[in-house]
Design a protein around this ligand. Structure first.
Ligand code: AMP
Length: 422
């Protein structure tokens, strides 16, 4: 029975008491993305497994350990998307979107699935807001992307003291190669002490050595060579202009030369949004190699993804912004009726207030006593109430009560008059 009444491990029910915060974050995100010319794209929840193998990379934890992969009835290997970028890139190529005016700016809100060990802020089903630009290979593009995420964070009134925007440049494939050799050489000295995964990383993907959270490996990170010192002149210039653009846009940032990002297709710009408690709630960067890797035209691309669960957990800690609060589903009005005729009028007036005046209004639909109706109205947090009985119908007037300050006002019993007084 537990399997019926218990959600699968690592999933989260977003109950009404919190779901409105998700809705608010999503609405604000799409609204500000639209202002910068990003158009929403929606891709399927599952894709061919090969897409993630090719894009995210065979050597990553995501592909090696975390994907929800299954065969369909025709034996095709499919995978629930573990991240949003690869499906968008696939859709861009498949649908020829690069033939539209470039740069192409797209944004998405999507669920993602990763078979990770669940813990605070880490789920097996989670959602991301992402924004991507195709066809722009400039530091200004990257700075504009970060500014978009920063605007969202500001709109949610997350204090700047509570998080950092950390940026780095991982260079181009040429200078990165020299860096990777240096990194490999450095870590080889400690080979005996590295964890099993890091042994593989040493051969397959040395930059991931910097991502290892195992304490015995993590300690070597402190003295590891820094990629910024290996950036070629062009990459250094790119990074300098990128930082200047962030300053121009008043986006606060910190250079963290140890960020490398977990995915294979990044180059130059990488960044992360990190809470004061170390929780990373977003990240992104430039992935110029991805489109070609997937068989499309060689097109530069850049983007980010913010984890919505983590953003909501961050805003839980602070005074809720009015933008978020206004998304809460609190009724404006409750109309109670005493008796059959009054109940019918309450039903009609509620409907008119909703339909003609856009006022959120509730009335009794379960046949409760007036006392029980008012108890219910109180519980919903309705801001105003009216009670209709025989006298009110006879006089066509009722008392409109402000449920907060208890002030009352006589109003004519029609939707137009009621709407003017609340
Ligand atoms: P990534 O694609 O790993 O860079 O993830 C981008 C963002 O998605 C992260 O910064 C998190 O906010 C969020 N995220 C990634 N994995 C999870 C997870 N297992 N549970 C909740 N949020 C996640």
């Amino acid at each position: 029975m537990a399997a019926v009444t218990k959600a699968p491990r690592g999933t989260l029910d977003k109950l009404p008491s919190i779901a409105y915060k998700y809705r608010a974050v999503e609405n604000i995100a799409l609204e500000i993305a639209n202002l910068s010319g990003y158009r929403e794209i929606r891709t399927p929840v599952f894709e061919h497994t090969e897409l993630f193998r090719r894009s995210v990379g065979d050597t990553t934890d995501i592909v090696q350990k975390e994907m929800y992969t299954f065969d369909d009835k025709k034996g095709r290997s499919l995978t629930l998307k573990p991240e949003g970028t690869a499906p968008v890139a696939r859709a861009v190529i498949e649908n020829g979107l690069l033939n539209e005016a470039l740069p192409l700016k797209l944004c998405y809100i999507t669920n993602c699935y990763r078979y990770e060990a669940p813990q605070s802020g880490r789920y097996r089903e989670f959602s991301q807001f992402g924004a991507e630009v195709y066809g722009a290979n400039t530091p200004l593009c990257d700075a504009e992307l970060i500014a978009l995420a920063f605007t969202l964070i500001e709109r949610l009134q997350i204090p700047q003291s509570c998080y950092k925007i950390e940026v780095n440049s991982i260079g181009c494939p040429e200078c990165r190669k020299i860096y990777q050799d240096a990194l490999k050489k450095y870590y080889e000295q400690f080979k005996e002490e590295l964890c099993h995964d890091c042994h593989t990383r040493l051969t397959n993907n040395p930059m991931r050595l910097l991502d290892c959270k195992v304490p015995t490996c993590a300690k070597f990170k402190n003295d590891a060579p820094l990629i910024l010192e290996y950036n070629c002149d062009d990459c250094s210039d790119f990074f300098a202009t990128f930082k200047m653009a962030l300053e121009t846009l008043n986006v606060p940032y910190h250079v963290n030369p140890k960020i490398v990002r977990g995915l294979d297709y990044y180059c130059n710009t990488v960044f992360e949004f990190v809470c004061e408690n170390g929780l990373v709630f977003g990240g992104g960067g430039r992935y110029n190699g991805l489109m070609k890797e997937l068989g499309g035209a060689d097109t530069p691309a850049s983007g980010f993804a913010l984890g919505i669960e983590r953003i909501v957990s961050v805003i839980e800690g602070y005074a809720t912004s009015s933008d978020v609060q206004s998304t809460q589903n609190v009724p404006e009005m409750y109309i109670a009726g005493i008796g059959e005729q009054s109940a019918m009028l309450a039903l009609k007036l509620s409907h008119e207030l909703r339909e003609e005046y856009g006022i959120q209004c509730l009335c009794d639909i379960v046949g409760r006593s007036v006392k029980a109706q008012m108890r219910f109205a109180d519980k919903t947090g309705a801001k105003f109430s009216i009670v209709i009985g025989d006298d009110e119908i006879a006089n066509n007037v009722a008392t409109l009560k402000n449920m907060e300050n208890k002030e009352t006002l006589e109003v004519t019993l029609n939707a137009s008059e009621i709407s003017k007084n609340i």
